[in-house]
Design a protein. Structure first.
Length: 502
């Protein structure tokens, strides 16, 4: 009975989150958003009821009650602030993206996006009391494909070999991030809001680099024992700043660098140009301290998109092809052997090749429906036939994860979302004329597209496409700006003065 209620609640939460994207603004959508907001922590609590962390809270009822009261107070207070100053809602969501709170109990640690969850909850409450827009907005293809994937992922969690993991993926990521998507998607992303968002992410990135530089100079990290031990055996020292993982820290810096570079390519104000250029130089130094190869590759991919938009996509494509060939030759002849074996490649990529081959084997076993959402680690351990298993049983390549967990069904939904998002973000960018978009809209759309490509490339080496809230923020802003283009049938974004997500 408990399993049935949990599964039904999971599907209902995902359906409500999807409905919040598809339904027009009004009471029905507000009810769907509120239902999803309430269900996802309840489902997590039920799933983890016997976990050490929850058990300890159950044994300290006063502590749990205080935490709940404080959380509710923060959400309500922030909602009141957002109603009074609506511009603070999107800035708070963007500002909260990097921050995770380590919760320790019973000898275990979980790094949760608690600040972001609080902000999303406050945004949902604030949106419920805002007047509906004068003109209803129709859901577009990004919203439709995103809603399909969210519901499909929840349904495929029902037969997962690791149902608990699938539930956590839905409740910790897909449901709250879907709510964040609609809150940002409905906003009027005018020049003022975009400038403030750029200032915010730049300031945060610089602060993170300063913290990382202190770590680098002192050769001491604030947290993550695994990275601390790893640094003891390497000739180089990796930093993670306030992030748990140096690669996620590197991803964040790479995305901000792409956005800043896109802005510098077209900005006309001399003072802003030099300030942003100085920030770019500082962030480059910070990125170098992460020693994250995947982040550098993602950065180059994003910069290639910027170059294609600024100059010529043909020349950019030629340079990219030459660079890929050159990189392949360097790898092929490294050490003078002229021979690359799969085992050597696996060592060079820290076990990635075995994860890829293992994921492909899992996909071949169940090509249509996979082993279920969130099941990669357990399926990899239980069903992989080869003896050469990677020491890490978490996939680092997003398409491999989707294919092995969700089969062709989920892979089709994932690819559809990626293609539709890229198409929406890129529409009209190569044909911009003097009477088309305002320059700030063009710069913002170019920066969003380039950052999305960089993020997509990074997930090919480190996964985390749907688990990274930045993905959802980029899709939301990109879709909103695309709808605000001159001549687009939906002009609501330009005329709205307050967030109309209710």
């Amino acid at each position: 009975m408990n399993d049935f209620l949990s599964g039904a609640g999971l599907v209902i939460a995902a359906a409500c989150a999807a409905a919040s994207i598809l339904l027009p603004a009004g009471r029905t959508r507000s009810a769907a958003m509120l239902t999803a907001l309430v269900l996802f922590p309840v489902l997590i609590l039920g799933d983890q009821w016997h976990n050490h962390q929850i058990v300890e809270l159950r044994h300290h009822e006063a502590k749990a009650a205080v935490a709940i009261v404080v959380g509710v107070f923060l959400v309500v207070a922030l909602a009141a602030v957002f109603r009074r100053w609506p511009v603070l809602m999107p800035l708070s969501i963007i500002g909260a993206l990097p921050f995770r709170i380590p919760l320790e109990s019973g000898g275990e640690t979980a790094n949760l996006l608690v600040p972001l969850y609080v902000v999303i909850g406050a945004g949902v409450l604030a949106a419920m009391f805002l007047p509906p827009p004068a003109e209803k907005r129709r859901p577009r293809w990004v919203a439709k494909t995103l809603a399909i994937f969210v519901v499909l992922y929840a349904l495929q969690a029902l037969y997962s070999e690791d149902y608990s993991k699938g539930l956590q993926e839905v409740c910790f990521f897909l449901v709250p991030f879907t709510l964040a998507y609609i809150l940002l998607r409905e906003l009027p992303w005018d020049r003022r809001l975009l400038v403030w968002a750029l200032i915010l992410v730049t300031g945060e990135a610089i602060a993170f680099v300063l913290i990382g530089s202190v770590e680098y100079l002192s050769h001491s990290l604030f947290w993550n024992d695994a990275v601390i031990r790893s640094n003891e055996f390497h000739t180089y020292f990796r930093v993670n700043s306030v992030f748990w993982d140096p690669n996620i820290y590197g991803r964040y810096l790479a995305l901000v660098l792409v956005v800043l570079t896109a802005t510098v390519m077209w900005i006309r104000e001399r003072r802003a140009f030099w300030l942003l250029s100085g920030a770019i130089l500082l962030l480059w130094l910070g990125l170098a301290q992460t020693f994250s190869q995947s982040s550098f590759i993602a950065l180059l991919a994003g910069l290639a998109v910027v170059a294609a938009l600024r100059w010529s996509w043909r020349w950019t494509l030629g340079v990219v092809v030459v660079g890929l060939v050159g990189a392949a030759l360097v790898v092929l002849f490294v050490g003078g052997s002229g021979k690359v074996t799969w085992d050597k490649f696996n060592v060079d990529t820290s076990g990635r090749s075995h994860l890829i081959s293992g994921g492909a084997e899992l996909f071949s076993d169940r090509p249509l429906w996979g082993y279920g959402s969130g099941s990669f680690q357990k399926a990899y351990t239980n069903h992989l036939k080869t003896e050469k298993k990677a020491p890490v049983t978490i996939s680092h390549t997003e398409p491999i994860t989707v294919a092995s967990e969700q089969g062709l069904i989920g892979l089709a939904a994932y690819l559809a979302l990626v293609v539709v998002s890229l198409w929406t973000m890129a529409a009209g960018l190569w044909a911009r004329g003097p009477d088309r978009d305002p320059m700030y809209v063009f710069i913002a759309r170019a920066a969003i597209l380039a950052a999305f490509v960089a993020l997509l490339v990074h997930t090919m080496a480190y996964a985390g496409f749907f688990q990274d809230p930045i993905t959802w923020v980029l899709m939301a802003i990109g879709a909103s700006l695309a709808a605000a283009r001159s001549g687009a049938p939906d002009r609501t974004v330009r005329t709205a003065t307050v967030p109309d997500a209710a």
